[in-house]
Design a protein around this ligand. Structure first.
Ligand SMILES: Cc1cc2nc3c(=O)[nH]c(=O)nc-3n(C[C@H](O)[C@H](O)[C@H](O)COP(=O)(O)OP(=O)(O)OC[C@H]3O[C@@H](n4cnc5c(N)ncnc54)[C@H](O)[C@@H]3O)c2cc1C
Length: 421
């Protein structure tokens, strides 16, 4: 049987591995370890907010090692390192976001149809919506923003409505790619450093596991180490990437509303699409613990997220992000803030009490963007024949939308192509 190596176990990697396992002996190499959700009591930790202990977002990594934080002066980048990649930290939104792909001639209808059949995608959570969620929905509806319930990768009956989706679902009601990897050969704690290339073929994968240097040979290699991991592996292997990093920055606008308990709701229960950004209710834990304006009790904050499709410019080197938001990005964020202010005022907030959160981002990608010339093969001419990239790195433009489903659709198509060549 032919062998395939898949690097990374997140949205792209796990889906590619699952698909390839039908014809290949697949080994998944994952830098992180098994995922464990955040197990500390947020209520107890909240008591220390005034102590000055929470001075840097990177401290989260001590309590939740599968969450990685990278900072620039302007924003905080969050991504996953561990089995399941960033999907374990995702809020489970399953949105088709393939406008940019369609523009360059990539049509993934068949793959999206398969995903809708195979995965637990549902809007059934509506019956669990609390008073504050319904109120926010109604206000946005009255404002003509056309809110839609968010399709979720969720087994709704298991949801404890704890609001912990983005720090690890404690009941596993939220689906993540660990479900695809059950029964597969996965080597965790194995960091790929380089792919050795010769005669226009990828020959060997070099990796580190603890103190050991490991090498793996395979007929096909799929790189899916995510927007923060893949560019380093490619560049170490002599393959150039572009400084076209996008991150879909998020900014939350909030107001004190005593007793509304938004923190006890599914995060992002519905969505409004605006030009270049979306709006959705979101309890922003990062800002709650690390931003000085978020000093109200957690059950007394109503917060709305702006998620922006940013200008594709920026870079990653050694998992360090270089990125500044452009004037255009700031203009759209400002529009979003105005929308949120209006919503919160209509919900009864007082103008002077509205506050903003920390700009954070969780959708890195775009540094080896697909082009129309690659629409059929989904394979960059920069890559050797038997090496594919199947993660957010190949998305041609920022989305301002949850990318997981679209990455999985791409990974499915890539695996189908690999199986037929
Ligand atoms: C808080 C948060 C909430 C989110 N919510 C949603 C949501 O609701 N819906 C949605 O669609 N998207 C959401 N996202 C984004 C989504 O999770 C990611 O866009 C998606 O998982 C990216 O898939 P990927 O395959 O590109 O990379 P990832 O899922 O990040 O997987 C990459 C994997 O590669 C591993 N890796 C990295 N480097 C190496 C190496 N050198 N060797 C071996 N392994 C390596 C990493 O450890 C990781 O496991 C969210 C993100 C965050 C941070």
């Amino acid at each position: 049987m032919k062998k395939a190596i898949v690097i990374g176990s997140g949205a792209g990697g796990a889906m590619a591995a699952k698909m390839l396992a039908q014809d290949f002996e697949v080994t998944v190499l994952e830098e992180g370890k098994a995922f464990h959700p955040f197990s500390w009591s947020l209520d107890k930790l909240a008591k220390f907010r005034k102590s000055g202990l929470y001075f840097d977002e990177r401290l989260i990594q001590l309590l939740l090692p599968n969450m990685r934080i990278e900072k620039t002066p302007e924003m905080v980048m969050v991504y996953g390192k561990g089995l399941g990649g960033t999907t374990t930290l995702a809020t489970g939104n399953a949105v088709r976001a393939d406008e940019g792909l369609k523009k360059i001639g990539i049509h993934l209808d068949e793959e999206f149809d398969e995903l809708y059949r195979e995965l637990p995608i549902t809007t059934e959570h509506q019956r669990y919506w609390s008073f504050i969620t319904k109120k926010t929905f109604n206000v946005m509806d009255e404002m003509g923003m056309a809110p839609e319930p968010m399709p979720k990768l969720l087994h709704p009956k298991g949801c404890a409505l704890c609001g912990h989706c983005s720090i690890g679902c404690p009941t596993r009601a939220k689906w993540d790619t660990r479900e695809l990897l059950e029964g597969m050969k996965v080597i965790t704690g194995c960091k790929v450093t380089q792919i050795e290339i010769g005669d226009r073929l990828a020959k060997r994968v070099h990796a580190r596991k603890g103190m050991c240097h490991l090498t793996f040979e395979a007929d096909v290699i799929i790189v899916a180490a995510g927007g923060m991991g893949t560019p380093d592996i490619l560049r170490n292997s002599g393959i150039d990437c572009l400084p076209t990093l996008f991150v879909d920055p998020v900014l939350c606008v909030a107001a004190p509303m005593p007793g509304v308990k938004q923190n006890r709701q599914l995060l992002m229960p519905f969505v409004c699409r605006r030009e270049k950004y979306i709006l959705s209710p979101y309890m922003d834990w990062l800002s709650f613990f690390f931003h000085s304006s978020w000093c109200h009790p957690m059950e007394g904050i109503a917060s709305i997220m702006i998620k922006l499709a940013d200008v594709e410019q920026g870079d990653v080197h050694g998992k360090k992000m270089q990125k500044t938001l452009t004037e255009t990005d700031h203009r759209y964020l400002k529009n979003g803030v105005e929308d949120c202010r209006e919503i919160l005022l209509r919900m009864g907030a007082s103008e002077k009490e509205i506050f903003l959160g920390t700009i954070n981002a969780g959708h890195p990608g775009g540094m080896l963007p697909l082009t129309s010339a690659e629409a059929r093969t989904l394979h960059s001419s920069k890559l050797p024949e038997n090496l594919y990239v199947a993660d957010a790195t190949i998305l041609p433009q920022s989305l301002g939308l949850p990318p997981m489903l679209t990455i999985m659709a791409l990974a499915k198509r890539i695996a189908k192509i690999v199986r037929t060549v």
